[in-house]
Design a protein around this ligand. Structure first.
Ligand SMILES: NC(=O)c1ccc[n+]([C@@H]2O[C@H](COP(=O)([O-])OP(=O)(O)OC[C@H]3O[C@@H](n4cnc5c(N)ncnc54)[C@H](OP(=O)(O)O)[C@@H]3O)[C@@H](O)[C@H]2O)c1
Length: 338
């Protein structure tokens, strides 16, 4: 079969479309004929040797996909760690979800990583209506936080890379949850497009310091949560954007730099820094099943729709990776497989 192979961990240029043996299903797995794959920043990091747990090359790239399950003929969208950018993938049945009838293959391929990550971000921020697992780790509006600022005020979230894959998913979910959203991007054009999705406040960080912008927009109060995926100085800076009892959900390091943090900065606001990693959380059925129940309810109400920026053929996958690496994408970049 045809597959996109990572030949060495030296960046997107080391990707090549090659003939490889078809996968065989292990216990709990099923074979899916892949129609389209969703490209993630994690795929770019993988080619650079920067993604934890990457097996030694050569290996088939790709962590999410849409296709036809061979033994049932049903349309599925799925999540895996490697192997999705190929004509066939062996995937765990627990990591497959039915494709909504009204979605294209490209939309379905763009769903799993972005929407589960964004949803779990809100869950970890204590903003989802139902606890996914145990109690949401949140100060509820009736708790200390509510007492401080009034329970009726909408909660505020700052979403970095708001025009990207996870970012556009987070705006859609935030809109449903009644959250006031603030988002950063390098481009006014991208921000204008995300505003059409429901973003309340766009901040172009090339022209404006986002910490300063948050201070002004929130009358010095700050936001309840920051979805932080940049690392380096942005962890400390995002923490400074919080109001009392706020939390920074750290889920990436797109700058390639270790998150910087002086833990003492947490004392001042009773703030929290929390990690989120879908690779880890996806192993927990008690978290993923209720999350899917909620997401699928919103999908059936037509409230969620993956945003597709660009679609590339498999033989042009290197261009797709470079687009994401350079931060020039809008929404999701999809690779058409068959
Ligand atoms: N922990 C998890 O489970 C998990 C799951 C999914 C994603 N992630 C992380 O979430 C982040 C977003 O992932 P994604 O796949 O949805 O990508 P994406 O947001 O679609 O693309 C990355 C965007 O980040 C912005 N950006 C800011 N600084 C950048 C830099 N130094 N290099 C490249 N881009 C930069 C760019 O937008 P602007 O130019 O508009 O700023 C770019 O479009 C990544 O850090 C990824 O690793 C983590």
């Amino acid at each position: 079969m045809k597959a996109l192979v990572i030949k060495s961990l030296s960046g997107p240029a080391a990707l090549s479309v090659q003939q490889t043996p078809e996968p065989t299903a292990k216990a709990g797995q099923t074979i899916v004929r892949v129609a389209a794959g969703g490209l993630n920043f994690a795929d770019v990091m993988t080619t650079l040797g920067g993604y934890p747990g990457t097996p030694p090359p050569p290996l088939v790239a790709g962590r999410e996909f849409c296709g036809i399950e061979e033994h049932t003929g049903r349309r599925v969208m799925g999540y895996t760690q490697w192997g999705a950018f190929a004509e066939k993938v062996a995937a765990y049945s627990s990591m497959l979800w039915p494709v909504p009838d009204h979605w294209s293959d490209e939309q379905a391929a763009a769903f799993p990583v972005n929407f589960f990550t964004a949803y779990l971000g809100y869950w970890q921020a204590g903003m989802t209506p139902h606890a996914v697992w145990g109690e949401p780790p949140s100060p509820s509006p009736s708790g200390a936080e509510g007492a401080v600022r009034g329970s009726e005020a909408p909660r505020r979230v700052l979403i970095h890379a708001v025009a990207g894959g996870v970012g556009t998913a987070a705006v859609q979910i935030g809109k449903i949850l009644g959250v006031e959203t603030y988002g950063t991007s390098s481009s006014d054009e991208k921000l204008a497009r995300v505003k059409e999705l429901g973003l309340h406040h766009g901040i172009n960080y090339k022209r404006q310091d986002y910490e300063e912008a948050i201070k002004n927009l929130t009358h010095g109060e700050g936001v309840d949560a920051v979805f932080e995926m940049l690392g380096g100085e942005h962890t400390a800076k995002s923490l400074r954007c919080l109001r009392d009892f706020g939390r920074v959900i750290q889920y990436g390091t797109a700058t390639g730099k270790q998150p910087q943090l002086d833990v003492r900065a947490l004392y001042a606001k009773s703030a929290m820094l929390q990690g989120l990693w879908l690779t880890y959380l996806s192993q927990k059925r008690e978290i993923m099943e209720p999350a899917w129940q909620q997401l699928s309810e919103w999908i059936s109400q037509r409230k969620l729709s993956p945003v597709i920026g660009q679609v590339f053929r498999l033989d042009r996958a290197v261009e797709a990776y470079k687009l994401l690496q350079e931060g020039k994408n809008y929404g999701k970049v999809v690779i058409k497989i068959s």
